[in-house]
Design a binder for this molecule. Structure first.
Ligand code: BG6
Length: 519
């Protein structure tokens, strides 16, 4: 993360202030020689995100010369077959242009190991492959194992890594494991998963991916709050009325029935992405952006979350029904292929939370997410209290709403400030206007994909953007009671595809005298 102290090998400039570390920004911060071993290379994530991100990093000159990519899956492939799969994935999904010379160099380090997650001989073969890579590609014993596989296999794979000696390091080398959510389906299962990982890897070698933390706009929340003077003084209960965090998707579950059914919106994205956004929005200033300091502050927020007493009135869930979306009539969740007709899985989730700290006392945080909503948008909106006194005639301010600061996380990345302004003319009439910062206008560089950033951080051993197991467990402590309340309610309310979710969500926020934003 920017602002981190230099690592061994960084070129350091002398700074007059000895307490401030300075890295020469003209030099790219490239990891040392290493390999990335991906389990589950036939999955969607590997094809659409991981392999393209590896190529994009190579194309940006951010991978070391001694780099290798190893695939592990139950396929009867040779190295060249896997290289072809990577090639096709890169051509289809990479962010940066395809350059033959970059691809040639990358493909020389591509290997494949065929096997099952429980098959000891396959892991022995993998051990042999990485040893060969150390010799041939100079990867020097540094290997990251990316488990892009269902969590029920985590235990088997890490045990096999241990048995085959793949998790063991010798002097100066490293071994890391990268895991993808869901980190369990409740607190108890998350604890089991964490124990399985802890038995084999040191906490500092475990990287839990929350790809929202790799998004530029999410990281910018930290810059916005802690690099400026004008926001922080009003970032508290004295000025903030409430906060709305929305992650709306227009897509349905596509071909992910097997993953999604029984998981649902709250477990899929609220437990991780939305809780992390909440933590970054609400936390105190960390001592530094080192992993430990950021984690301490995020954990304080998560530990301070209070759920409403009546969960049935202050949370809402729903499931999409058929409807019109973007000019197309789309089926409902129960019509999706692979979904049982009596599924009670929620595809929409909303909760009202408070944070029991001096800064946030009495300020509700409303979190909502859903599939098949009106449009794809993720934003964090800080809604301010009204001015304590308005020296205008009531009619003059009839069109004045609440001041708002909206961090537009995607797709239209930027920040909007909404405030009242006089309408030109002879009368004193005030109406809401927007002041916009758009990434596309302000910067010429396009933002890297979240996975580029996160993979690079794994290989560099840079952990601030990865949640620790304490955070994961605290987030489950918040969600477990909500999920239990929904299980009692039975079938979630159906909402039409293409709208803004079930009516119970609108009623939930209306009980507090507020409305959801229509981004
Ligand atoms: C994933 C969820 O974590 O995030 C998906 O599993 C969701 O269900 C996706 O669609 C959304 O990611 P993004 O980056 O497109 O907002």
């Amino acid at each position: 993360m920017r602002g981190l102290p230099p690592r061994p090998g960084d070129r350091v400039l002398t700074d007059p202030n000895p307490l401030r570390d300075v890295r020469d920004r003209r030099l790219p911060d490239i990891p040392g020689p290493c390999s990335l071993v991906i389990f589950g290379v036939t999955g969607d994530l590997a094809t659409k995100k991981l392999m393209p991100a590896v190529y994009d990093l190579a194309n940006r000159g951010l991978l070391p010369p001694g780099f290798a990519l190893v695939g592990f899956a139950r396929r009867d492939w040779a190295d060249q077959d896997f290289a072809q799969i990577v090639h096709d994935a890169v051509k289809l999904h990479a962010r940066t242009e395809f350059r033959e010379e970059v691809w040639q160099t990358l493909s020389e380090g591509i290997r494949f190991v065929a096997g099952d997650f429980g098959d000891a001989s396959a892991f022995d073969r993998l051990a042999q492959v990485v040893t060969d890579l150390d010799r041939v590609r100079g990867t020097r014993g540094n290997h990251a194992f990316y488990l892009s596989i269902p969590p029920r296999f985590f235990g088997d794979v890490v045990q096999q890594l241990k048995r085959s000696g793949l998790s063991a390091t010798d002097s100066g080398s490293w071994r890391r494991v990268v895991v993808e959510k869901p980190f369990g389906h409740d607190l108890a299962s998350a604890r089991v998963l964490n124990r399985q990982l802890d038995e084999v890897f040191e906490p500092s070698s475990i990287f839990r991916i929350d790809h929202y933390l790799g998004k530029e706009t999410v990281q910018n929340l930290l810059a916005l709050r802690f690099a400026n003077t004008m926001f922080e003084p009003i970032w508290n209960a004295n000025y903030v009325d409430h906060v709305q965090i929305t992650m709306a998707e227009d897509i349905g579950i596509g071909s992910r029935a097997g993953y999604y059914d029984g998981i649902g919106a709250a477990r899929d994205v609220m437990q991780n992405h939305l809780m992390q956004l909440l933590a970054l929005c609400a936390m105190e200033e960390p001592l530094s952006f080192q992993s430990r300091d950021v984690r301490i502050e995020k954990e304080k927020v998560l530990a301070g979350i209070c759920l409403p007493k009546d969960l049935h009135r202050h949370t809402a869930n729903g499931q999409y029904a058929a409807g019109w979306q973007g000019g197309e009539y789309v089926g409902g969740y129960l019509d999706e292929e692979g979904i049982p007709p009596d599924s009670t899985t929620d595809t929409f989730a909303a909760v009202r939370l408070e944070i029991d700290t001096r800064r946030w006392a009495g300020v509700p945080f409303y979190l909502r997410t859903g599939k098949r909503l009106a449009r794809r948008v993720t934003e964090l909106a800080v809604m301010f209290k009204r001015a304590p006194h308005l020296p205008f005639a009531a009619t003059d301010t009839a069109e004045l709403g609440q001041n708002a600061l909206v961090v537009r996380i995607q797709p239209d990345e930027g920040v909007t400030m909404r405030f009242g302004s006089k309408i030109p003319g002879t009368e004193m009439e005030v109406r809401d206007v927007n002041m916009d910062f758009a990434y596309g206008d302000a910067f010429t560089e396009s933002s890297p994909e979240a996975y580029e950033r996160l993979l690079l951080d794994v290989l560099r051993g840079d952990p601030p953007l990865f949640p620790r197991h304490e955070e994961v467990e605290l987030a489950w402590m918040v969600l477990d009671p909500v999920l239990a309340a929904w299980a009692e309610d039975g079938r979630p309310e159906q909402y039409s595809a293409g709208g803004w979710g079930p009516s119970c969500a609108a009623e939930m926020i209306a009980r507090d005298g507020r409305v959801w934003r229509r981004p």
